[in-house]
Structures are given as C-alpha cells and as structure tokens.
Design a protein around this ligand. Sequence first.
Ligand code: ZN
Length: 992
Amino acid sequence: MSIRSLPTGAAGVGALATTADSQVRPARAWRTFETTHFRFHTPLEFEGWTRSIATRMESVHEAVRVKVGSAPTERIDVVVDDPSNSANGSAYAILDGPALFLWPTPPDPRSGIGKFRNWGELLAVHEFAHLAHLNREPRNKAQQLGRRLFSRPTGPLRGSPRWMTEGYATYIEGVLTGNGRPHSPTRAAILRQWALDGMVPNYTQMSSGAGYNVGGAAYFQGSAFLEWLGARNGDSSITAIFRRQSAVTKRTFVSAFTGVYGEAPATLYSTFVAEQTADAFRLRDQLAAAGIVAGVTVQRLTGGTGDPAISPNDSLIALVVGSAGAPASVRIWRTTLAPRDSAADSAAARRARRAQARDPEDVPAVSSGPAPRVAVHTLSPVMGRGHQDPRWFADGTRLLVWRLEPLADGALRPDLFIWTPKSGALQRVTTGASVRQADPHPDGTRAAAVRCTDGRCDLMLVDLQSGAVSPLVPATDGVTWVRPRWSPDGASIVASRHIDGRWRVSIVDVASGTVRDVSPADNADRYDVSFADSGRAIVYVSEVGGVPNIVTAALSSGAEQSLTRVTSAAYAPVPLKRGRDVLFLHLTSRGLDLHRVSPDSTPVAGPPVMLAAPKDLLARTTADAVRASIAPRGPQAVDSFTVKPLDAERPFTVGPRGYVVSPFGGVAVDGQVIGGQITSTDPIGRLSWSLQGVVGEERRWQGGALRASWRRFPVTINGELFGVGQSLNATTSVDLPAITAALRATNTWHGGSLIASTLRRVGAGALPVRADVALGARLGIATGAFEQRDGGASAPDASGSRQMIFADASVSATVGAARRRTTFSLDAHHGFGSTWGDAWERAVATARVQSAILGPTLRVDASIGKTSNDAPMVERLALGGIAPGLVDDALFSQRVAIDGLPQASAVGTRMTTLRVATPTVLGLELFGLAYQAGDVYGGRLSSLTGVELRTATAAIPYARIPAGSVVSGVTYHLDGALRDRVFGYVGMRFTP
Ligand SMILES: [Zn+2]
C-alpha cells in the first residue's frame, strides 16, 4: 500500500534495497498535532510540512469519506519520517489501529506522482484513501466476532487484489486533487507505449507482474481500468463492489465484482485493453500524420537509465545504467564508436564468417540496433548503493556524483563524491549534508545542488573543497527545486522549480540571487533543463500537448522549437557542445533508450500535436475513459482542502498507546511451554513494554516478566522486572542422558535489570575501506533473590542474592555488494557477578562470517566462553536448550542456547562451539554444529546436524507490531550419549 512502486527514471534504482523502510527514529525530538480524526507525529525537522497537512487533513477526511462511502472508525496515527530522502508513504489498514507513514521528500517531475498542487496533499489523499477503502467494517457476524476477538484485525476488503487497492487509491488521488497519476503525461506515456508495443500487462500481471514499470501497473492501469468501469456502470458501481465485499453474505472479490458488472474482472479487463490498444493506434496515427521525430538510437537499454552527461569535448557519455535485480552502475562510453568498439565489431564479423563456413545451412542473426557499447570506465555501487546523476567537471577528467549514505541512526541521506575514472579514486565531498543532483561550476570549486527536507527541495551551493553547504536562494514555502545546471560562463543557474502547482523553468542569477521564470504562461510542466548553444539557449522537456518531448528555446526570444515528436516520452536532453545535436532518453516498454536527435537534418514540422483528451474530471463514457488513460487531461481545477486549526499540539512524550495480545508457545526436547503476552507501544516506538507469562514443563524456564524500552536519546534504556525459574531435577517425558548432578536442582530468580544500549552506523563513505559498519555497546546490571532447592547433596539448598554487572560490545562490518557481500561480526560479553556471596566472572565471544563468495551462502559462527574456575556450579557454562526469552540473554550468559540440544548437555568453565550453516530450499537452513564444554578448552567435541527455519520481523511501532522471531527445526545427533537421536523444536521470542 505504498504510493510508489518503481521509479520511472534511474534515480532510486536499487538504492532503497538496503534500508528498512519501516524505520522511524524515536530518539529525535518529536511533536504531536491532533485533529478530530488524526494524530500526526513528526520529528521537529519536518514540523512545517506536517503542520500544513495536519491543518488540511479533516477536509481530506471528509472528501475521501464521501467519495469512498466509508471511513475508519478509529483515530488514525500518522507518523512522518524520512528513512531514505525519497518520496513515498504507506498505509496500515488495521481495523482497531489504522496508521499512515508519510515521507516528506517531494517527488521528481518525471514521476507520475510528480504532478501535484501540494505533495503532502497528494500523499495524504492516496494513503488515507487506502484506509477508507480497506478499513470498511464487516457486516458478517462471524467476521465481526473475529474483529473483536483478535489483536490487529483486518477487514473483509483486505482480500482485494493489488490492482484494486493501489488502483483505487490512485483513482481517488486523481479525483480529489485534480492531479497525480491519473492526470499525468507519465501514466499516459507508459500505458500508450505498452498498448502500441502489445505489451499491456495481463490481468494477473497488473497486480504482480515484473518488468520495467510493470510494478507500477497496479497504480497506472488499475486506476485507468477503474475509471473505465465507473464510466461503464456509473461511479457508484465501484463502491458497490465494496458493499458486496463487506456484506452479511461472505463473498470473494471476484464474486463481489461479478455481481456488480455481470462479468468477471479479468473478462472486462481484456475488453478494456482491446479498446485501449485500438485507441492508442488512433493517437499514433495522429502523431504520425504530423511526423514522428525520435532521432536515432545510440544504445538500446533495459530498465532504468539515468540522465546522460556529456564530457566537455563531447567525446564521452556518462550515465547510470540499470541491470535487472542489481543496483545501477555509472558507465562511461565513447560518444562515437571508437576503435576498440570497431575491433569488437570486426571480431564478431570474423566469428560470423567462421560459423557460416562451418554450417552454411545456418541463418545468421540480423543486427538489432547498435552493438552494445563497451564501457570505458564503470563506477560500481558501494555497499549496494548506486551512484547517481554523474556530472563532468570542466577539466573532463573528474565527475561529481551522489549516493545514499547512512546517518548514525540508520536513515539514508545523499552525499556528494568526486569520481576520477582514470585512477578509480572516489573522494567524499560532503557528510550527512543531504545534497543531491549536484552540478560542478565551470571553475570546479563549487557546485549547485538540491537539498530536500521538510517537504521541499532547496537550491544550494556546495563548496567542493570543504563540503560546506549554503542556500543559493532563500527557501520559500511551497516551492521545490530540481536538477540545477550552470551556465557556461558560471554566472547563472537554470533549474526547474515547482510553484503554484506546476514545474517551470527558472534562471537564477547567482550574484544577485534573483529568479526569473522563462516558461511560457500555459499549464504544461517543463523540466530537465540545461543550457545549450554556449549559453544562448536552453533545452528541456515540455509536456505541451500531453507528451513529454524535447524542446529548445533561445533565451533572447523565449520562443520554443520542438526537437522531438515521440509516441511515448522523451526525457533528460543533453546538448552536444559542437553542432545542435541533442542526446536524450526515449521511453520504451523495456526501459529508457539513449537517443540522439539532429534538428538540422530531421526538424520537427509544425506546432506540437495536442492529444485530444477528455475535459471532464472523470470520463462520462467508456470511450472517454479509454482516451483519458493514454492522453492526459493534465491538472484539473478542483476544490482546495480547507484549513482548520489544530485541536491540540504538544511535544511527543510517550504518545497514544496501542496494545497487542499474542499467544506464546514453544516445544523443545526439555519440554513444552505455553503462555501469552501483552505488548504496548506508542506510534514511534519511544516507549514500549511487554508483560509476558509462561508456564510449562518444569525443565523449561517459566515465570513472568515486565520489560520496557525507552528510546529518547542515542542511548536506549531497557528495564526488566522478572520472576523466573526452572527445575533441572525434573524428569522429562523423553528419555534423556542425566544432567550433571550439581545442576539437578530447582532454581528461581526474582529481580530486576537495567541495561543501556546504543547502536551507531558508519557508512562506507566515512571509512578508508568500502564497508558499512555498525557499532553496538551495552552496559547492564541485574540483581535479585536467587534460590536453589530440592537438589540433594550434590546441589545443596542455597538462598541469597544474585547480582551481576556486564558489558557487551559488538562490531559488524559488511563489505562487497550483491552476491559478493560478506559480513563479519564480533560480539563480546563480559560479566562479573556474585551468587550467594561467591564472586564469579564470565566472558563469552562469538565471531561470525557470512558470505556467498565461494558460491552458496555460508554462515560460520565460532564461540568461545570462559567462567572463573571457582564460580558456583550454576554460573558455569552449560550448553543446550532454548534461551529463557523472558529476560535479556545477558542475564543468563552461562546458558549457551543450542535449540536442538537438551539443556546442560555439556557443562564446564570453558566452552567452544562452531556452527556452519547454508540456506537450502523453502528458507530452510542446513547446519552442522560442534560443541564442547569442560574445564579446559579443546576437550572432546560433540556434534549434531539439522535443518532450521528462522523468521524474524522488525518492530513496526505505528502498526503496533512488536519485534519477534520464530525458530523451528530438527536436529540429528552424531555422537555421544545422544547418538542417532532426533529432536524437533519450536521457539518464539518477542522483544519490546
Ligand atoms: Zn498506495
């Protein structure tokens, strides 16, 4: 339920793969704004943007409720944060706790969501439409009962296919804002080209297909299909589906849909596609009659391609080229086919001649477009984060690029780097500056760039020596900038800015800071602008007529001259220094190709073709709906959302609480446990707590614990109050080898702990080696009444206290990208304590390497542990069993959890373990483990092997989902007293 799936350009290709997109940063100072139906929570840095949406949100609520026919019954928490400085948002349709997560960074003009009056308004309408749609309450009695009985219930409409959920939110975004994807030339271009190429996703692919832009089909084609359905049977037919889906009579989506339209959705969709295809050819004929000019193909490409940059002497092209499933690389190509490429060509010709001689019957393949270019230089992603928007320095030997780097709290922000292709050097310019799209000044000392924060992107100057960033023009509310370019004389900058609901080309005089609009006074968007003709002209994308095309305008007259007339879309023009040729990106069904157009030899005849689009906000006939899907209406005037003062605002403290009740259980060789827990969190995870109770067979840890985490500062504070116990003298239903007599007793501990922890991330850009590093530290104390009884002579009764203080440190470094990624980590624990007055000391360390460098992914864990020689028996290292889980693991660091091994299978003051694991089918991990404990290191090793399935979920505080994991597996023991025995286990754990 995001607002965006795949970006249309290269920016962002793969770049998001490394971030946890659900992440919020509770340690910052936050503020809450309340309205009747919403509570907004935001870090102070996004206060302006959040306030502007919050004051309009009641009006959005009313408009969406009327249109959708329902609205959530519960108050909605809206969390604003910016995990990766990109435009997105998500909705969590949970009946008893609906939530929205909004990212303030505005989108690029080329994106379908780049058409807005106000980015926050568009995002809020789309995401709230999801909640109004999907949170419709069930009228079926059994479903109503389920909704009351279960934690985190979802409504009957959650079974809708993705084209319906995303298509409907997109449809509403268009109707209520008069903007967004349904009115954008982007959606029209993608759908038109799919139809012309016979590549329209089929009904199934519309929800779940793969390929360039196909992830966006649910939004683009889904919204277009809904408009067609609305035109066919009336707008209210769409909400009739929802009424049938939530009815007393339970129905599937297909049955609810078919009952309204008389045909199955896949059948009607095929009719729509047929009509859409026919109409796309009518539009193509209209364009062809005027003369299509798309230039020549320089390079055919698939997937996202970034804006090309041409070197100062026109000899080299730098651009970001995507490849399926991998983050994009920056490539440098020769502009003309160079000797090296020709050599490759003639080698291919020789091979073809030899093959022909060998098999004269064979038919040689025809050539399809220019041969793939050989990259002269390549800048690969660092840690899976690709570099973007390469721009040449005037010296022609260096390029300015940006890539995302983690802040210490884990959020990603763009920073600038200077790349010298010849040496391969990559030098960092800024740190945590959040600047992107930087263009170096002709003198090479500074750059123009944009910095996006608080819902807008400002035009900035960056000192390339110091990395200092300063505003170039004062930030103005509601104005956002994109993609600055210097004039050849370095006196001015041309860029596109979003003002009054459209993208205009603007020129900034750098000395005075004055801004001058050079866009004609129509409603078309213009962007992707560069200077041309030694600074006397500009080239850019104009959407006049409804198709993004390349135009040029002389600065003296402002008169526009079209350079292309394409059927799809043309983007990112870059003029060559010599002559009037322009390179640009040409949209296809496969991706963005690099084209070159020569206005002197292939001029565009006549004025821009105006694609005849219907004028109504919503189509009245199916023919109009088909046309609106491939010929954009452009922005439409609709009512603005009215501003209403906030009901309340205050600093965020512990926020509104949400509760989740969940069962808990586990099976292991030592017995079974069952229990339950209640977890509570606020929408940002500032304070979360859990109350857990576990009962079961006596050998297992049982008891109850109240645990809480407070995350307001860079250091997280965890507190626990607990009463736990187990009886290792108890018998089990399974015949197991006897446990060391000295441990055969009942132990209980009633006490508490306090732990301070911190985790800091360091990106590869800040280190001499290319590695992402995470550093963790924890400091804790625990104390309580500890008792031992019923152990007989070998484990005499004892009571008194157990105290401990401990420090944990962890470091983890990841190097290499994609399949060659390798992670090294080291966890060290050191504790001192006293049990019944006897002092002890303990250290446990684990080193881990995970890598696929040898082929299959291998994870190797090696642990070593030591307890002081005179430590009480209960403090000696004991291997086996599932971790107690009720308390922090460090409190029982003597118990080394090995899930498929009975508890205390090996005991001593020294221990070592070595585990090697590799993933197999269905997420199952195959592993082998060798372990040893005794009074010396290196005693006889025992070993076991097994398969394990491990699933873990990160906390999503606004959806009130706690962090948890479930592990299940089977072990087979290879030697010792357990030889040939097989044990299964299931373990769960939740952390507040
Ligand atoms: Zn969505």
